[in-house]
Write a protein that binds this ligand. Structure first.
Ligand code: TRP
Ligand code: ZN
Ligand code: CA
Length: 435
């Protein structure tokens, strides 16, 4: 599909004329383009928590390894994923004399040699329902997987979601999975995202200090919200990312705090109560649906989806031929200050292409007067024309620019300066075409 939607010129040099790419694509949209991550509905995540609470209540108050509440939890998650079109696998193992279960859910499609995983442990301790630890991560990952299905999302990477058993006994399930993955299969896993406790009642916003790309993805999400984050320090390797990390797989994750105490500095930036632990019900019977901070759960659930989308999508171009154009005239003062025409690129994941077509249409009676630059969103300058061509008229030309080190989204400018007196002109149009 060629997207070359154009609006007629708006008044002024700052007018924006862009291709119709912004925002989340509907489920039926062509899969080649970048799509924005959906907002994960908090109500859906909370419903999963209510269901996990009911399962615990009906099974002696917990969802621990080897207990009926654990198997019921696995069955509950599996049924939702099966109905949503996932290929699910129940992996069994034995620990402390009881059968344990991991649930693996593959989303059909994507590059089988580039697998992005996200996971959470689904077991609780025996003392309670484990709604923050770790219904929260389990529910957010489940709802993100369901959102993938609802969106008909077809990323370039293959997506795999996992719910681990017996984490509370020492990362038993996730260790079992990684140890039993053939080395060829292991090599295909390009990233593992872990979510263990993300709705703590007195929350902090912690990002694992692991793979830089994954870490930055979460930080970028939170920067967009204006919420400060800190590096997770409440025990490195205390959750299911550890076996992946030990196998050399890039990992990352989010955490809202367990039994460490919130400092006054942390309470100042995040709210909540200083001098109290992030989760006073950690590993105890009061870890129920009442033990959740909705704001933290909402933000972190959206962050799960944001990261899944950002790390699995196409890394370069929107549909071939997508045009971002500004046709507003901008007069170029004779022997004067530089002027610019802008276009805003949006809805593209990752960097600009190595063969970005920059269409320049400048009407001028002496092109040898002109210096013309492309300015990337971060301010990087690419010179297109530097006073060559002497007395010839006009610059009507398409330049191919290697813009692959630039993030595609943002405001791009064509900057034109007339450096000699006598002849004058104007920018007629400026456009960027994605190959
Ligand atoms: N389930 C983990 C545990 O009981 C919770 C936890 C504590 C955690 N510290 C962490 C999870 C740091 C991630 C990162 O040990
Ligand atoms: Zn946990
Ligand atoms: Ca001039």
């Amino acid at each position: 599909m060629k997207l070359s939607a154009r609006l007629s010129a708006l008044a002024g040099a700052s007018a924006l004329v862009v291709g119709a790419l912004a925002g989340a694509a509907p489920a039926s949209a062509a899969p080649t383009g970048a799509t924005a991550a959906p907002d994960i509905p908090l109500a859906n995540v909370k419903q999963h928590l209510a269901d996990l609470q009911s399962i615990a209540t009906a099974n002696g108050g917990n969802r621990a390894h080897g207990r009926t509440g654990y198997k019921a939890s696995i069955d509950f998650v599996k049924a939702k994923l099966d109905a949503a079109g996932y290929t699910t696998t129940l992996q069994t193992f034995t620990s402390s004399g009881a059968t344990g279960y991991n649930l693996i859910a593959d989303w059909p499609g994507g590059d089988p040699n580039q697998v992005l995983m996200a996971g959470s442990h689904l077991d609780s301790v025996t003392s309670g329902a484990g709604i923050n630890d770790n219904g929260s991560g389990s529910a957010a990952v489940l709802e993100t997987a369901l959102a993938v299905s609802r969106a008909g999302y077809q990323p370039s990477k293959h997506l795999r979601f996992a719910w681990w058993g017996a984490e509370e006994l020492g990362l038993i399930g996730s260790k079992y999975y990684v140890n039993n993955l053939a080395s060829t299969e292991r090599a295909k896993v390009k990233g593992y995202l872990n979510f263990d406790m993300i709705g703590s009642p007195n929350p902090g916003y912690f990002v694992y200090d692991d793979d830089p790309t994954i870490e930055q993805t979460f930080k970028t999400y939170y920067a967009g919200l204006g919420v400060p984050t800190e590096i997770e320090t409440e025990g490195d390797g205390r959750s299911d990312h550890a076996p992946f990390k030990n196998a050399g797989i890039p990992v990352g994750g989010l955490f809202s705090g367990a039994d460490y105490v919130k400092t006054s500095a942390q309470a100042q930036k995040w709210g909540g109560t200083a001098g109290q632990s992030f989760d006073r019900c950690y590993h105890s019977s009061c870890d129920t649906t009442a033990n959740i901070n909705d704001t933290a759960l909402d933000r972190n659930s959206d962050a799960v989806a944001y990261a899944i989308w950002a790390l699995s999508g196409t890394t370069t171009t929107p549909p071939a031929g997508t045009v971002f154009e500004n046709t507003a005239d901008v007069s170029v003062p004779d022997n004067g200050a530089a002027v610019t025409s802008s276009v805003t690129v949006s809805g593209v994941t990752g960097n600009a292409p190595s063969n970005l077509a920059v269409g320049v249409d400048i009407i001028h009676t002496w092109r040898g007067d002109l210096v013309v630059d492309l300015i990337a969103p971060d301010g990087s300058v690419y010179n297109l024309h530097n006073r060559t061509g002497s007395s010839a008229d006009n610059i009507q030309q398409t330049y191919t620019v290697n813009a692959s080190s630039e993030v595609a989204n943002g405001v791009w400018k064509l900057r034109v300066q007339d450096k000699a007196s006598g002849d004058t002109g104007y920018i007629n149009s400026f456009k960027l075409t994605f190959p």
